[in-house]
Design a protein around this ligand. Sequence first.
Ligand code: SF4
Length: 438
Amino acid sequence: MKYHIVVLGCQMNISDSERVRALFEKLGYTFTESEDEADILGVIACSVRQRAIDKVYARIHKWNKMKRKQERNILTFLSGCVLESDEKKFLKTFDFVFKMGDLDKLPDLISNYGVTMPGNLKNRNNLTDFWHIDPQYANNFDAYVPIQNGCNNFCTYCAVPYTRGRELSRSSQDIISEVKSLIDRGYKQITLLGQNVNSYGSDKNGEEISFNQLLTKIGEYGDSSGKEFLLYFTAPHPKDFNEDLLYTIKKYKCLANWVHFPIQSGDNQILKKMNRNYTVEEYEKSVNKIREILPEATLFTDIIVGFTGETEEAFLNTKKAMEKFLYNMAYIAIYSPRPGAQSHKWDDDVPLEEKKERLHRLSDVMQEKSLEYNKNLLGKNMRILLTSLDRKGEYYQGVTEGKIVTRVKKGEENLVGQFVNVKISEIAPMSIEGVLVE
Ligand code: SF4
């Protein structure tokens, strides 16, 4: 029997789907790329975003139509970041909806529908809880490792504390053993995932190590392993950022020189309204520390434009911040109220056209600043991890240690999943190009 899963969300949802896939495989199902062949069809979604909700409905309507037409016993499910208030609504169209933390109950949910599972049901006894499910990673060189679930920060635009619940740290023993096993198996890029990674462990009342200690343990093992790989983490919250972490990154070669540091807005009034709990001045101090301790690091950020109450003046403060902090990449999102989040009750008072215009103005700054940075890379030899091939199979897509997207002309061999030396020959805003060197 076959299953098919569609992921409509962020890295956390991708990581969730890797565990769901592992569970299906344990139960004896095989993955199919084709929705038409599947006996079970599922969506792992960030259902708090309207666009994702629209896509979820588009899928399920298509699948339900297929079910009626094919007259087959196809099961459909939804999981991911689903608001409790939405669960009932979705249950009208999906056969079942479950929270990711209840993944171990999936076999029971399936058998409730009278479906006999293909594999040995004894496998179910191996299932403990979500963290202990060995994920089915998307490939053999790049893996996400969740280190916590949920969030206590209640940023007013975000529904995560309501969809995923309060912050819960995974045991450091489990994280370290998953990371070690990935290193030993030759994974090249490992990303620790959490909603606020630097508060890792704080829910355990002193019984768990800190995030910095966790990185230190991984750094020690990684550097002594003799394997070439890079460890990333996302996302830290600026209010909890501390410089010890930067010294740890500096100390261990395997900890990547890359900092994802979401500013969200460059205006103190808006930051307050977002409940971010830092000021632009405090954020700037942290950026100065990053530049001082990790001068080679690239800096990525997240920005929301057009948040409720964002005046032109407030927006200009964000633009100023972008010009000052010289980001290599900014994920800029147009604000849209998310059901479940506090700001959903507020007037969404910046017109869409204005939001789009602000996004374009920030993108222009982004392009200009990243191009300035990339100019310094011209002619350099860099270590690049090749991550995929383009459609025609003529160029690799890869990334530098600082996650700058790099295009590399393919030779005879297929080197996807490997680190290679590349001489940078062309630059563009937010990307570079180069040729393989011996
Ligand atoms: S945006 Fe704020 S509330 Fe949402 S997950 Fe991140 S830190 Fe938590």
